[in-house]
Design a protein around this ligand. Structure first.
Ligand SMILES: Cc1cc2nc3c(=O)[nH]c(=O)nc-3n(C[C@H](O)[C@H](O)[C@H](O)COP(=O)(O)OP(=O)(O)OC[C@H]3O[C@@H](n4cnc5c(N)ncnc54)[C@H](O)[C@@H]3O)c2cc1C
Length: 327
């Protein structure tokens, strides 16, 4: 492991000033469950690790009339156990409990989950200098690509590994990005950036910025949502394909619907064509499959991952049908 110094700011102002003033390479550390692996393998080699465990005000979760406010240092276990999440946003609880192991959910944070780096085996291999690490090729494109992207993969075919991100985007979550220049608020959907914007990053955070909070709007009457995660193994595993489906449903008809997929693209992938097919019509199994088929016409599978199209259709169908079941 390359030697680094550690900084431990105590307030968001100290954190913002440190990131703005430091000329050396920094890496923010929340729970450390992803970053420490990267430091050990040498895939991340910052001069300064900025430990944000002690920054006041970054942890905690609260429900008020406007919805849910989640501090980025809230652990995934806390999110899953929070009573208002189980009651009002069950899709978030499902996504939280679907990920990793109890130990990782106890240490890993919501902010760390939303900012985690990809699991692509070429990216994680310190010997493979791919596009994402400043190299000149994507090894997955013509290499082993069973788990890689079928959408949106220009120059880099990672899939974004977070289970929380699709669920939060389907709920219309917004994030606050903090820096010494002030706060920026944006939909979580816009926080993520495809490789065509900057192949070395998965989100738009500048080197002086950090994720400061996450807000989920209060559900409207008739709101329902569910997260279906398809994995290769019965034990902990990342999604090979997942579907977060949320919307307003009455009498088996969606008046609003949002479908966001995990495991298929370098960013959480919105299936707008499927939403258009489903909105306003009585949902049947045939309509759910037609909707999935419409959106999947845009997929561009690689040599080893065309099977993901079938999994994606199955995840959409299962989620949509679950939401139109009478209570
Ligand atoms: C064995 C294993 C299985 C896993 N399975 C799953 C799974 O099934 N689904 C899933 O979604 N995830 C899975 N994960 C990933 C896990 O959820 C993440 O490791 C964890 O959520 C990261 O949280 P952390 O607080 O430890 O982040 P850290 O490791 O501290 O940070 C992760 C990244 O986020 C950045 N970061 C953290 N906080 C901020 C912030 N506030 N602002 C800006 N940048 C920030 C860090 O710089 C770093 O790049 C798995 C991980 C492991 C090791």
């Amino acid at each position: 492991m390359r030697e680094f110094r550690i900084a431990q700011p105590k307030t968001v102002e100290e954190l913002a000033a440190l990131l703005a003033e430091t000329k050396e390479a920094t890496a923010i550390m929340a729970g450390g469950t992803d970053l420490i692996d990267e430091l050990k393998s040498g895939v991340a080699a910052p001069d300064i690790v900025v430990d944000i465990q002690g920054v006041a005000g970054l942890a905690g979760i609260a429900r008020d009339k406007d919805g849910l406010r989640i501090g980025p240092m809230t652990t995934i276990a806390t999110l899953a156990e929070y009573a208002a999440v189980a009651r009002d946003f069950p899709i978030l609880r499902e996504a939280a409990l679907s990920l990793a192991t109890p130990q990782l959910r106890n240490s890993g944070t919501v902010g760390g989950n939303l900012c985690q780096r990809p699991r692509c085996w070429y990216y994680r291999d310190p010997a493979a200098v791919c596009n994402k690490k400043g190299g000149a090729r994507c090894f997955a494109f013509q290499g082993r690509n069973k788990y890689h992207a079928i959408f949106g993969g220009s120059g880099c075919y990672i899939v974004y590994p977070s289970d929380l991100a699709p669920a939060l985007i389907s709920l219309g979550a917004r994030v606050t990005v903090g820096s010494a220049k002030g706060d920026k608020v944006m939909p979580l959907e816009d926080f993520y950036k495809p490789p065509s914007v900057d192949v070395t990053r998965e989100n738009g955070l500048g080197r002086d910025e950090f994720l400061k909070d996450i807000r989920v709007p209060a559900p409207k009457p008739g709101h329902k949502g569910t997260y279906i995660k398809l994995k290769e193994r019965g034990t902990w595993d990342f999604a090979v394909a997942s579907a977060a489906v949320a919307g307003i449903v009455k009498g088996g008809v969606f008046s609003q619907i949002s479908i966001v997929m995990g495991g298929l693209a370098p960013v959480p992938w919105r299936m707008k064509k499927a939403e258009d097919v489903l909105r306003g019509k009585p949902v049947t199994e045939a309509l759910a499959l037609q909707a999935a088929g419409e959106a999947l016409k845009d997929a561009s599978p690689l040599a080893e991952n065309a099977f993901k199209k079938d999994l994606a259709a199955a995840a959409i169908k299962r989620a949509v049908l679950a939401l139109v079941q009478p209570e």
